[in-house]
Design a protein around this ligand. Structure first.
Ligand SMILES: [Zn+2]
Length: 104
């Protein structure tokens, strides 16, 4: 059992207003939303919304960063493979030249 925030009468949870915490009688009598309850709920909703949003943004930004990083690594791997092949080709060319040209 919960107490009405207006008259203090014990009422079931379902009989209380979600925002004001007032019983039905008090609500009918025109109970204004308890500033703390209502404001706190709205604040919590805003904070939860902001946090959820920022987490969602962080996660998607992280995914973006990760795929960019993966693409960069792939490019780097390709470049380094190309360079290795280039070095191998140059070395082979040098070796061929070395045997072709007489030693001085
Ligand atoms: Zn009441």
């Amino acid at each position: 059992m919960a107490k009405c925030t207006q008259c203090g009468k014990e009422v079931s949870f379902l009989q209380r207003d979600v925002l004001t915490g007032a019983c039905r009688q008090c609500e009918r009598a025109g109970a204004r939303p308890a500033s703390l309850g209502c404001g706190t709920l709205i604040l919590i909703a805003i904070v939860v919304g902001l946090v959820t949003n920022s987490i969602r943004n962080d996660v998607s930004a992280m995914h973006r960063d990760m795929s960019e990083l993966e693409a960069a690594v792939e490019r780097l791997e390709r470049t380094s493979t190309q360079q290795l092949e280039e070095i191998r080709a140059l070395r082979e060319a040098l070796e061929v030249r070395g045997t072709d040209t007489p030693q001085q």
